[in-house]
Design a binder for this molecule. Structure first.
Ligand code: ADP
Ligand code: MG
Length: 693
């Protein structure tokens, strides 16, 4: 239930003076549907209006002039503006008004009257006189206070100017109540932050650029509030999912037997992750765990051993992959390993049809098939399990909330293990995955040789192709990646097709092309030929096949590498260097490279640590949308900036954890204030793995 004190903030924006049917949708687009959203809309900039002489004016700035109205110049022809000539001791300025409100202007500002005028200064033409088109303010000097010395600038939209938004923000601000303090008193005292209300007032009355900086005390305070509210929401959701009952799957002998028969030993990281998963499985509570690890870290075997554990306890397990080819690869690895220990594994993809499918489904429903690996086909009606105990989702970010929900419906109480190869900096992990448990594979299996990485300008393409040709002659395989910003980008697609044709001229029919617009079956066919070694070069526009294992592939060429995110480049590079051969990665770029782009490519050359790369990427990109996280369920904060406030994220996460531990029902004085905070921010978004409450 929403505390009464928040009611004014949760009124619709139409309750603000001046927000009618025309303005409401525009203001909603800029800020949101509620008064709260308008009150929390941070200004993006600052306009200062210093009083100065006309001769001191700088084009593009917004000074205030103290002038005498000299003349009104009526438009000579319709469509021309009304002009007012005004002078001060040092010069003249023309005030320009389009549309026909001339007579009214003459009445309001008669010749000889003194006025303060403020607005953006321009030149009428190169070397011409000063002018202000539609001054922001024109006031009698006796009412000088009407012109603010400085003014916050807000985002605008077509039909709703920044200054109109500002007016609504100030109206909303007048509705902001003083709220009970929810911050820990010691922490507040240490940071010397203002109260919540003062912070909001400070947010909207910047006097200098420093006041707009994320480091300004009022911004920090509001960012912390927002982060804390989010962490509390995540923590509460985690608590809820942890309360759900699920089959207790004890530690059996079978998983150990399978593990012992592996041709290698688990890395410490794998053993640790497996231990955490086994604890969850045995707890009687539903597991919601993310297994995170760089490409090649060895997530599959951890998932396999967890599945064996489920089977040993009499349950079934399912492994879902985003593509047919990945599902098949998993099947090829897992099936023999499990069969050797008496387990029956099936592969269910869109290709399995007719009688074969019927038979398969019957063995699933009957329980004879214990492990099933597949694609989206697993969601379909008719797929039922006898006793599903564990669901594993590979490359989880490739699935939407709806898809995960549908799979979940197949086994209401099944444990969930999601796998992701997108390394997330630790600080962001707290915001992205705060509602689930995370196991990190922060160590790679031994014996990998790092991929030799170099950057080369596009004009050295011939050299690159020449070297590739020599390598292919000795049996090597190569990926050739072209950028594709969106699936609908026909220009990029055409460029990829052109590259494909050009390489065909050299490598003949040993070149294949996959892109997002290709039907799934054709894409799979090309991929299969590449995996089988029929194709020597695979031109691809997308990262669709992330996760595919082609051990013989040892060359990765990435065209226009500067257009990819670092994390993405790292993932692409991870496609090679899996076999014994020494692998290489060439980052082709269109010179000249910006300084940041140079630094980014340098990072890739220097390190192979996905987490470090993710962290650096975040640093270099600054705020905005780090790593393109907006699509992966990353929260859209209003004020908090994941980069600038990264230290606060950590503190907020600890703070929230302690609150939930010490005052789980929010009954202390601070606890009750925190309920107000939670409601104020009202996080309802779906989690990355769990559904929203
Ligand atoms: P990813 O985490 O990217 O899914 P995979 O599970 O595909 O990685 O593993 C990559 C490769 O590493 C596989 O060929 C797998 O057999 C191998 N592998 C996994 N764990 C180990 C280990 N502990 N020692 C040696 N090789 C391993
Ligand atoms: Mg994998």
């Amino acid at each position: 239930m929403r505390p009464e004190i928040l009611f004014p903030l949760f009124s619709p924006i139409t309750s603000l003076k001046g927000v009618g049917d025309r303005v409401a949708p525009l203001l909603e687009r800029v800020a949101g549907p509620l008064v709260r959203d308008v009150a929390l809309l941070p200004p993006q900039g600052l306009v200062r209006r210093p009083v100065m002489a006309t001769e001191a004016a700088v084009e593009g700035e917004t000074p205030t002039f103290d002038v005498i109205i000299g003349a009104h110049l009526k438009p000579a022809r319709p469509g021309q503006p009304w002009r007012i000539q005004a002078i001060d001791r040092t010069g003249a300025v023309t005030l320009v008004y389009f549309k026909g409100f001339g007579a009214h202007l003459e009445e309001r500002h008669p010749v000889g009257s003194r006025r303060l005028v403020s607005g953006k200064v321009e030149r009428e033409r190169q070397g011409g006189g000063l002018q202000i088109v539609h001054p922001d303010f024109i006031a009698d000097p006796q009412r000088a206070e009407e012109i603010p010395v400085s003014e916050a600038v807000y985002p605008a939209t077509a039909g709703l100017a920044s200054r109109a938004v500002r007016r609504f923000v100030l109206t909303a601000l007048s509705r902001v109540p003083e709220l009970p303090e929810w911050l820990d008193p010691a922490w507040l005292a240490q940071r010397r932050w203002p109260t919540w209300r003062d912070a909001i007032v400070g947010l909207h009355s910047p006097l200098t650029d420093a006041d707009l900086n994320p480091a300004a005390p009022h911004r920090q305070r509001l960012a912390y509030d927002e982060l804390l509210a989010h962490q509390l929401a995540l923590g509460l959701r985690k608590r809820l999912t942890r309360r759900e009952a699920a089959p207790a799957i004890g530690r059996g002998q079978l998983a150990t037997a399978v593990q012992d028969s592996l041709p290698y030993r688990l890395t410490d990281a794998q053993a640790r992750a497996l231990g955490q998963i086994r604890d969850d499985l045995g707890s009687g509570r539903r597991m919601t765990r993310l297994l995170q690890g760089d490409v090649g870290a060895g997530k599959t075997v951890v998932a396999m051993l967890a599945m064996v554990e489920a089977v040993d306890a009499g349950f079934q397990a399912v492994l879902m992959a985003p593509t047919e080819i990945l599902a098949r690869q998993h099947f090829d690895v897992l099936e023999p390993a499990l069969a050797a220990h008496g387990m029956k594994t099936a592969l269910l993809t869109g290709r399995v049809k007719g009688v074969a499918r019927e038979k398969l489904l019957a063995t699933l429903a009957g329980g004879e098939t214990q492990v099933v690996i597949g694609t989206h086909a697993l969601f379909q009606d008719g797929v039922t399990f006898n006793a599903l105990g564990l669901t594993v989702i590979d490359e989880q970010h490739r699935f939407g909330v709806v898809e995960r929900g549908r799979l979940r419906a197949k086994g209401e109480t099944a444990h969930l293990l999601a796998m992701s190869a997108t390394p997330i900096p630790r600080t962001l992990e707290l915001t992205l995955y705060g509602d689930v448990d995370v196991s990190n594979l922060d160590e790679k299996p031994p014996g990998r040789t790092p991929v030799a990485t170099r950057a080369a300008p596009m004009h050295r393409l011939d050299e690159v192709v020449g070297r590739m040709r020599a390598a292919v002659a000795t049996g090597a395989q190569a990926f050739w990646i072209c950028p594709l910003v969106s699936e609908s980008d026909l220009v990029d697609l055409a460029a990829a097709e052109a590259r494909f044709e050009a390489l065909k001229a050299i490598f003949g029919d040993r070149v294949g092309l996959v892109h997002g617009r290709l039907p799934a079956a054709e894409k799979d066919l090309v991929m299969t030929r590449f995996v089988a070694g029929d194709l020597a070069v695979l031109v691809a526009t997308t990262v669709v096949e992330v996760g595919v294992d082609v051990p013989a592939a040892s060359i990765m060429v990435i065209e226009q590498a500067e257009r990819f995110g670092l994390a993405q480049l790292h993932q692409l590079r991870g496609r090679v260097g899996r076999g014994a051969a020494r692998s290489s990665c060439v980052l082709l770029y269109d010179p000249p490279l910006s300084q940041v782009a140079t630094q980014r490519l340098d990072i890739l050359r220097q390190t192979d640590d996905g987490f470090l790369i993710a962290e650096k990427d975040l640093e270099l990109r600054g705020g905005g949308d780090p790593l393109g996280l907006a699509q992966s369920g990353f929260p859209a904060y209003r004020i908090a900036d994941p980069m600038a406030h990264r230290d606060l994220i950590r503190v907020a996460a600890d703070d929230a954890r302690l609150v939930l531990l010490r005052d789980p029902e929010f009954i202390s004085e601070r606890g009750r204030a925190l309920v107000v905070l939670r409601e104020l921010f009202d996080w309802r978004a779906d989690g990355v793995l769990s559904e929203g409450s």
